[in-house]
Design a protein around this ligand. Structure first.
Ligand code: SAM
Length: 234
């Protein structure tokens, strides 16, 4: 998989993908992540990427021309309809559809993902109208820029690329994979500050442990995310 990130702050990503699973996936050539400075696609001597909003109002808006030029070069396509199969061009935006594990799964199956990071008041709307295949929000809050959101999206999708996780089954057992939150995990010591690890986990009876974990996953989901239970047929 290839991932291209377009940003006005490429330095933001220094070190972001150099740890753990994401680093290993790059070393194993499962993914090639490149960060690009949007200013590379400006034409004027000031390398201007933003301008004042039409209609007035606060702040600046990222201009469409360099973003269109960047995506055209990175995808090799002059219009959205001509993107190669398996290409997703994503605008990070609080106005997008909310990023979930199933959307991460979908993106992890793509051959090429381009992530466009907004800043300031946002991005000229023609980018959403005519250039991107997806507008994605990482949650109902407003960040200062799309860079932190891109790191979240890259992390969530790279770990789903087959072979990226050391233990192939571990993504299957995680929160959201079957519509529930994960069950609680414990490690040594068996007692810590008066808190004991549940006896059932120390007993070695695998079928009972499985049943206990399922019950705990349900309880935790009911407590912290009842909305997930509404969506799931139990
Ligand atoms: N004026 C915009 C609004 O109210 O919807 C907010 C712009 S925000 C300050 C600047 C940039 O941060 C956005 O263009 C987007 O790229 C990014 N951003 C902010 N919140 C985000 C979120 N929840 N998910 C993804 N990207 C986000």
């Amino acid at each position: 998989m290839r991932i291209d990130i377009v940003t006005i702050f490429p330095e933001f990503f220094r070190g972001a993908f150099e740890y753990g699973i994401i680093r290993r996936a790059q070393v194993a050539e499962l993914v090639d992540i490149k960060v690009h400075d949007l200013r590379r696609w400006t034409q004027d001597k000031h390398r201007q990427v933003d301008d004042r909003p039409f209609g007035g109002g606060d702040g600046m808006v990222l201009k469409p021309e360099p973003i269109f030029a960047a995506v055209e070069e990175l995808t090799g396509a002059s219009e959205r309809e001509a993107y190669a199969e398996g290409t997703r061009v994503v605008l990070l935006s609080p106005q997008g559809r909310v990023f979930t594990q199933s959307l991460a799964d979908e993106l992890a199956k793509s051959a090429h993902v381009v992530l466009i990071c907004g800043r300031y008041e946002g991005v000229d709307e023609r980018v959403a109208e005519a250039l991107v295949t997806d507008e994605i929000s990482i949650g109902d809050y407003v960040l200062s820029g799309g860079e932190a959101a891109s790191v979240v999206v890259v992390d969530a999708i790279v770990r789903l690329i087959p072979g990226a996780l050391g233990n192939e089954t571990s993504a299957v057992n995680e929160s959201f994979s079957d519509g529930l939150l994960d069950y609680p995990h414990y490690t040594r010591p068996p007692e810590f500050r008066g808190m004991r690890v549940p006896d059932i986990l120390l007993g070695g009876h695998h079928a009972e442990i499985e049943r206990w974990r399922r019950e705990q996953a349900l309880k935790k989901t009911e407590r912290n995310r009842p909305d997930l239970l509404d969506e799931k047929k139990l």
